[in-house]
Design a protein around this ligand. Structure first.
Ligand SMILES: C[S@@+](CC[C@H](N)C(=O)[O-])C[C@H]1O[C@@H](n2cnc3c(N)ncnc32)[C@H](O)[C@@H]1O
Length: 305
């Protein structure tokens, strides 16, 4: 899985039209890098609309590869958890993310990928400060796509991936000085949200431009909202992947009503929705404190990495 993430992220970078500052000290060699740069056509020598067209083609190709459309990968029906038989690819299900690709690194489908791109490009165009954060990563596809969008625009913005996944170990030899998780604006935060999010945010107060909530459950959604809301920049976006899941919708609705928030929620497809955060008023953190006190603890710890 980690190899797959590496291949996709690095592959996305190598085909981008921009030239973002990467913070990447690993490279095949300085000489090879210089040769590569010389071979690239400088974006400024192309008409703007041609750059936009090629960027669009590139991002569509990345999207369709991530959701398994290129290879028409088979489906695992999302509502048949007890019977995980593969079924033939169905384009009408894959577009709105109504199936799980047996082989594919995201289950959110093309429409929600397009929405993610639209919102990311909007915050870049308007200069809304901050990173992209995804809570609930699965095989990484939506975060990979966000990284590809930033890279295609030459935007040096962080992509934070928060999940309970097992990350790579910290380096123990001088050969791996940087550590994979520090590469190229990618930040992995491992652990259940209730532990990983406060640990991360205690060390990092940087703003978030686009926050993607994809943790399915009521309490996962509450953890996401209460730990990250204050960091979302005014003018930034919140994507609710699980708007169709009753308990997720309940968490959002309760959070809004408890904090007197009234943002217009726009549906993307049968599952996902988004809204723009325009204000910056404080929220009531006492409720979350009580909620936490009422929860049983579990064994899984986070390293906050
Ligand atoms: C529906 S999947 C995410 C799909 C993904 N965004 C994509 O593009 O395909 C939900 C993910 O949320 C994670 N998750 C849910 N609740 C969590 C929690 N409380 N703490 C950590 N991870 C959680 C699961 O591990 C899983 O990877």
């Amino acid at each position: 899985m980690c190899l797959l993430l590496f291949v996709l992220f690095y592959g996305a970078n190598s085909q981008s039209f921009g030239n973002p500052a990467r913070g990447l000290e690993w490279s095949p060699s300085q000489q090879q890098q210089q040769q590569q740069q010389q071979q690239q056509v400088a974006p400024s020598s192309m008409p703007t609309n041609e750059v936009a067209r090629l960027r669009g083609l590139y991002l569509d190709a990345v999207r369709d590869s991530i959701v398994g459309v290129h290879l028409a990968t088979p489906t695992v029906e999302a509502r048949m958890l007890n019977n995980l038989t593969h079924r033939p690819f169905d384009a009408t299900k894959r577009a709105p993310g109504n199936d799980w690709p047996a082989y594919g690194v995201s289950m959110i489908g093309q429409l929600r990928m397009d929405n993610l791109r639209t919102l990311l490009e909007d915050v870049l165009a308007k200069g809304v400060l901050g990173s992209f954060v995804e809570c609930g990563v699965w095989r990484g596809g939506a975060s990979i796509f966000a990284k590809a969008v930033f890279t295609a625009h030459g935007a040096a913005r962080d992509v934070h991936l928060v999940d309970s996944f097992q990350g790579l170990p910290p380096n123990t030899t001088a050969e791996d000085i940087l550590g994979w998780s520090k590469w190229d604006y990618l930040r992995f935060h491992k652990g259940y949200f209730r532990y990983a999010l406060p640990t991360w945010r205690a060390q990092d107060k940087s703003p978030i431009a686009v926050l993607r909530l994809d943790g399915d459950m009521y309490e996962s959604t509450m953890d996401e909202l209460y730990n990250l809301w204050d960091a979302v920049s005014p003018g930034g976006y919140v994507i609710i992947d699980d708007w169709s899941i009753k308990v997720c919708r309940k968490a959002i609705t309760e959070f809004f009503s408890r904090n007197n928030l009234d943002y217009k929620i726009t549906q993307i497809d049968d599952n996902g929705a988004w809204f723009q955060k325009t204000g910056s008023g404080p929220i009531d953190h006492d409720w979350y404190q009580q909620f936490n006190n009422s929860r049983t603890s579990d064994d899984v710890q986070t390293d906050g990495s």
